[in-house]
Write a protein that binds this ligand. Sequence first.
Ligand SMILES: Cc1cc2nc3c(=O)[nH]c(=O)nc-3n(C[C@H](O)[C@H](O)[C@H](O)COP(=O)(O)OP(=O)(O)OC[C@H]3O[C@@H](n4cnc5c(N)ncnc54)[C@H](O)[C@@H]3O)c2cc1C
Length: 506
Amino acid sequence: MVKDRWIAKVVILGGGTAGWMTAAALSHTFGRAVEVVLVESDAIGTVGVGEATIPPIRTFHQMIGIDEAEFIRATGATFKLGIEFRGWLNESSTYFHPFGAYGVERDIGYFFQYWLRLKEKGQVSDFSEFSLCTLAARNNVFAPASERPGDPLQHLQSAYHFDAGRYVTYLKGVCLARGVSHKIGDMLAAERDSENGHVTGLKLKSGELVSGDLFIDCSGMRAMLLGQALGVDYEDWSRWLPMNRACAVPCEQKLALTPYTISTARPFGWQWRIPLQHRVGNGVVYSNEFTTDEAAERSLLDGLEGEPLALINRIRFTAGRRKTPWCKNVVAIGLASGFLEPLESTSIHFIQSSIQRLIRYFPDAGFAPVCAQAFNKEATREIENVRDFLILHYHATERDDSELWRYVKAMQIPDSLQERIELFRERGQLNLAAEELFQSTSWHAVLLGQGIRPRTYMPTMALQDDAMLANAYGNLERNFKKIVSRLPDHAAYIKEHRLTSTMENR
Ligand SMILES: Cc1cc2nc3c(=O)[nH]c(=O)nc-3n(C[C@H](O)[C@H](O)[C@H](O)COP(=O)(O)OP(=O)(O)OC[C@H]3O[C@@H](n4cnc5c(N)ncnc54)[C@H](O)[C@@H]3O)c2cc1C
């Protein structure tokens, strides 16, 4: 790239998780070749939640040069092997969505199909018995995934729960050490180029103008640049994902330090439990169409396992996305680009994938429209696929104990999801694209957990030697049980590996 077409200065608006993750990644990728300035208001807070993640966060941390042990100690993080869903199919049901694959690697392609065949013949245990993550979670034990090919421990994939406030503080320290400039100030308006409409600077309340070449909108749901300055529309998906409010509060930890998130369905929505080293994060997610704020808050406080450690944080949102997260010379990352809802902990992942995409399509000063088009196309596909996965949790339910569950059960779902459910229901197959975030492990866990049973399997499965298969599955099950019985307790693992939080409680 010729030097005079180089993007010399990137301005990030917003100092929440999205802003600092973006600053950390850009400063790591470009070093001092691109100046990075982060502007944040000290009057407008961050959303203050977002504490459960999914496994690709590990890759992101490696990509931006973060030391895992240092990060865990700084943020009071714990490990997460998946999510336990309570009460989603019916009021007494429980199932686990594991991160690591079912079975063993060499069988993955047909592992589920073989299992369907054996299940029909009554020769195999429940599918969950073939997930190491599920078995480890049931026993509150943890070990990191092995990197040795063929080792079953490869499938012990994990992510983290971390303290959102501490994560921001930690990343900020990393960024400042790398030369990112930090400005405190309230942006009042964007200055625009009269010819092409590009943003040229942020006008702050102090009167200062912060100019730049590329602007990253990390201003949260306000979307100050993409939404307010450039007027990019918001596509509302609340007809499928009707949750529009949440209230959250941390509490003392009284129950076990589980290596997983718990998501408990309630008549009006659902409740999360996220265990950290120094406290437990709790929240209820609901819709004001189906309950009142007072009832939701009462349910939250009544369900706490220990004393609350802060005041309730109340948040409003609308499930959906900005139609073009990259418009002119503004790219929205984080809540400014959209939000589905907290179920399945995908929003921090969208930050990560947006950053990776931005680096891949990083523009020069000519801002060739194809870069923004490619970025927007991939972003759209990614969020639509995840949207369908979330809708599945609500729609495929037996619950009819409240107006909410009757609504989601009866609602018209996107054709893409309808087709996927029908194929699975017919013969247990999944029409997944390689780039989808949630692959067969996740879809198998949730489709089965939500009570969808395939009518049959692929015809070629009938050609297999059933006795040999039953034997192999039996051996695998025994082997998995043995492996899990030798793993350390989750809390003990953190202690023994010197990962204990370095900060005071709260
Ligand atoms: C209830 C709930 C639960 C969630 N749980 C999870 C979860 O478990 N896992 C997950 O992955 N994600 C979760 N998320 C999403 C996650 O919280 C966000 O993706 C993440 O925190 C990023 O937020 P953000 O940085 O985009 O916005 P924010 O945290 O809102 O930060 C916005 C920043 O912009 C600044 N700003 C705004 N306006 C101006 C202005 N005019 N001038 C200057 N600065 C300004 C603010 O000061 C702030 O620094 C959850 C979200 C909600 C609502």
